[in-house]
Design a protein around this ligand. Structure first.
Ligand code: GAR
Length: 208
């Protein structure tokens, strides 16, 4: 049984897509054992609560340093015997100690086709605003392993989505979520759960 720990900061629609994937058997032999938020009262925590899943708000203000906060997360995830850490709209950069505690065992979803519109300052709606102001005609989403850079880790899956002339950032965000994020995140976790992911340097192979 693959044990997931999901880190969130907001609505949790990706968390929901993962829970649905598990329920529908698209993600086999997998369980979400805890949902952790760095923000209080977010709907993602409510979703976990409704499903009877362990959920926890870790308040950054309660820890003296960023390292102490990250270590508290590591300790809790280890206590819950988490195999794979899932960042699902977690809007906080994790330090090197956290990343090294789960080598190639942290996945993230980013709402663009990496390496475009990613890195420092590109998160949530800001990504879609940047996509629209640049005028690209195709965007999408990326699931990748997390390394110590921002959005630089090995890419697992990507899916493209068209940008339409009448799009607002909100409309585009919704299309990227519905047509890309909610499909590729459950799929990437399913591949991992089935042992179908091999990492060679920064290249991820899923068809071997
Ligand atoms: C998603 O669009 C996700 O790709 C993005 O935040 C949103 C969270 O939505 N993540 C990032 O921008 C990370 N850099 P959700 O809480 O409904 O899953």
């Amino acid at each position: 049984m693959l044990r997931l720990g999901v880190l969130v900061s907001g609505g949790g629609s990706n968390l929901q897509a993962i829970l649905n994937g598990i329920q529908e058997g698209i993600i086999p032999n997998t369980k979400v054992v805890t949902v952790i938020s760095n923000k209080p009262y977010v709907y993602a925590l409510e979703r976990a609560k409704q499903q009877g899943i362990d959920q926890f708000y870790f308040d950054p203000a309660s820890y003296p340093t960023r390292e102490a906060y990250d270590q508290a997360l590591v300790d809790y995830l280890n206590k819950k015997e988490v195999d794979l850490v899932i960042l699902a709209g977690f809007m906080r950069v994790l330090g090197e100690n956290f990343i090294h505690s789960f080598p190639n065992r942290i996945m993230n979803i980013h709402p663009s086709l990496i390496p475009s519109f990613c890195g420092k300052g590109y998160y949530g709606l800001k990504v879609h605003e940047a996509v629209l102001s640049y005028g690209v005609k195709i965007t999408g989403a990326t699931v990748h392993f997390v390394d110590t850079g921002t959005d630089t880790g090995p890419i697992i899956l990507q899916k493209a989505v068209p940008v339409l002339e009448e799009d607002t950032p909100e409309i585009l965000q919704k299309r990227v979520m519905e047509e890309a994020e909610w499909k590729i995140y459950p799929k990437a976790i399913a591949l991992y759960a089935q042992g179908k992911i091999k990492i060679e340097g920064r290249i991820v192979k899923t068809d071997f």
